[in-house]
Design a protein. Structure first.
Length: 281
């Protein structure tokens, strides 16, 4: 079990961070060395192995890699707990102790961390007297973390919308979808001026791995997006994806924006700016 865990951990690093491939390979080598020592009779528990492996991962990883993960970085052992909860919902601390072969304290530390990040939810299991027993489940965010994806579904829906024979119905659907997306983004933004909200949008998109920034140009706030947030949809109809993005961002910021520069027209980035110059920056 230990060997599989270490290999899976390194595979996750290789998939998400190309720059850390050399480090991941070294981690596999170190993990195998530790495992071989365990089975040759040095009497080191699996729990100590996990602790040491985790410490090596955190200490040896390049600083820019750790910073890119942010304060809510998921550690290898955290990911393993999430994977177990994906396979078997409603596990208790005792269940996880059996599967991970670690102490109850170690399991509770991991679960508390995952609860703090909003990835795991606990529900009280009705029992008799004594210490209450809780079952643990993945939250909606937790399901996303372990790999839930709606890309295929979104692409299929988008194709159906694009093929609607009635253009007015198609346009109504696009307007409603962009408005709903924009409102969802808008609820995540702090109140403020147009410039401040555009900066918040840039930060939000950047957190979602969409390179983005904002600046002031000729007394107007400019939002620059360096990569399309809907690449799969853009592959079907790029102009419609641009239209959706423009309306979504307008709804989120609270003012009408225009796509002043577009990668489809040969520009290096896509830029959005308020249609009117009478905005409070």
């Amino acid at each position: 079990m230990v060997r599989c865990f270490a290999t899976g951990d390194c595979r996750a690093f290789r998939q998400r961070f190309d720059a850390s491939r050399i480090f991941a390979s070294q981690l596999v080598k170190n993990a195998e060395e530790h495992y071989s020592k365990d089975i040759t009779g040095k009497n080191r528990s699996k729990e100590n192995f996990f602790v040491k492996l985790q410490a090596e991962t955190e200490n040896a990883a390049p600083s820019n890699l750790v910073e890119s993960l942010g304060s809510t970085a998921i550690r290898p052992v955290d990911q393993w707990v999430l994977e177990l909860l994906r396979r078997e919902e409603g596990l208790t601390v005792s269940d996880l102790v059996d599967r991970l072969e670690v102490t109850p304290t170690a399991v509770r530390i991991r679960l508390d961390r995952l609860e703090e990040f909003g990835l795991v939810e606990r529900r009280k299991l009705m029992a008799g007297r004594g210490r209450p027993v809780f079952q643990y489940f993945l939250s909606t965010l937790g399901w996303r973390q372990v790999g839930a994806t709606y890309t295929d579904f979104a692409v299929a829906v988008w194709q159906e919308i694009e093929e609607l024979p009635d253009d007015s119905i198609r346009q109504q659907l696009l307007n409603r979808i962009s408005k709903r997306l924009g409102q969802a983004y808008g609820r995540l933004l702090a109140d403020g001026t147009v410039s401040e909200r555009m900066k918040s949008v840039a930060n939000l998109l950047s957190e979602r791995k969409i390179p983005c920034d904002s600046h002031i140009e000729h007394a107007l706030p400019i939002l620059t997006v360096h990569a399309c947030p809907f690449p799969d949809l853009a592959a079907i109809d790029r102009r419609s994806a641009c239209e959706l993005e423009t309306k979504m961002l307008s709804e989120a910021v609270g003012v009408q924006l225009e796509l002043s520069c577009c990668r489809l027209d040969g520009h290096g980035t896509c830029q959005f700016r308020p249609v009117t110059s009478e905005v409070h920056v």
